[in-house]
Design a binder for this molecule. Structure first.
Ligand SMILES: [Zn+2]
Length: 273
């Protein structure tokens, strides 16, 4: 939930750009991999930055989000380049009254044909979260951090309890920032309805979820940079785990008791340890 004064369109575009650059810096968006979207309930005026208008059909009806505004990265655009010229890589969508279609606002110099092919998952997660929590703002990121994705190829890390007890043991910050742990979705075809449904369910319980053998999706109802931080925290944990595997598993990690003490001190509710 965001309080007044609400961020303006330009601020949101800059924050999406900064999140995109950060994801590239942590090697979570090679080539044109990854995508970012935000949804907000307050009114913004898109036409100054996005004067070209079109009508589009939404991937699913979202009647409760009539009037809501989305900013979505374009298909094939590079997250690291969003910051250079945000309107060339981002589209704005305002949901029409019918909840099934939207007005698409873009810039004349846009360098994409369509919004990201993962928009079905983004929209479904925004819709589910905004309806259930009543938040006026929600950000979703899909990224492809190397170490998390690599671990998702190893069978024993495909078990959520094993994954979390091993990844959340390397730094005190990890459990504080990801108290519900990291969710896990078995491999699903990119952009498929199966991946979309699995995302909605996993992101009800978690702030970040691994898409096995592909990448992650993270969300935040505070800021797009907070969602990017969640990718960063989870990827750092995976890096430690990878380091430990490569070193013959000589690291101890924080013990379950130490983690419980951290949670007690910082008032963190968790059920993993
Ligand atoms: Zn991807």
């Amino acid at each position: 939930m965001i309080e007044i004064p609400y961020p303006e369109l330009n601020d949101l575009l800059i924050m999406m750009g900064e999140a995109g650059r950060h994801l590239a810096e942590i090697e979570a968006s090679e080539g044109a991999a990854g995508n970012i979207s935000v949804c907000m309930r307050w009114k913004i005026e898109p036409r100054n930055r996005f004067p070209v208008t079109d009508e589009i059909e939404l991937p699913q009806p979202v009647p409760e989000l009539a009037g809501a505004t989305f900013l979505v990265s374009g298909s094939g655009r590079r997250l690291r380049e969003l910051i250079d010229e945000p309107t060339a890589s981002i589209a704005c969508i305002v949901v029409n009254k019918d909840g099934k279609t939207g007005k698409l606002y873009t810039a004349p110099h846009r360098r994409f044909e369509r919004v990201t092919s993962e928009f079905n998952s983004h929209l479904a997660v925004h819709y589910d979260q905004m309806c259930s929590s009543g938040t006026n703002f929600h950000a979703v990121i899909h990224a492809q951090p190397v170490h998390l994705t690599y671990l998702s190829h190893i069978p024993r890390y495909q078990n959520e309890q094993y994954l979390n007890t091993h990844l959340l043991r390397w730094q005190p910050e990890t459990i504080i920032n990801l108290p519900e742990g990291i969710g896990f979705i078995p491999f699903r075809i990119p952009s498929s309805p199966e991946l979309m449904t699995a995302n909605v369910e996993a992101l009800r319980k978690h702030r970040i979820v691994i898409w096995a053998k592909h990448g992650v999706m993270a969300r935040s109802d505070v800021s797009v940079k907070r969602a990017a931080d969640r990718v960063d925290y989870a990827e750092t944990a995976a890096k430690y785990e990878y380091l430990n595997l490569s070193d013959g598993e000589i690291g101890e990690g924080l013990s379950a008791e130490e983690i419980r003490q951290i949670c007690k001190t910082f008032n963190v509710q968790q059920t993993i340890f």
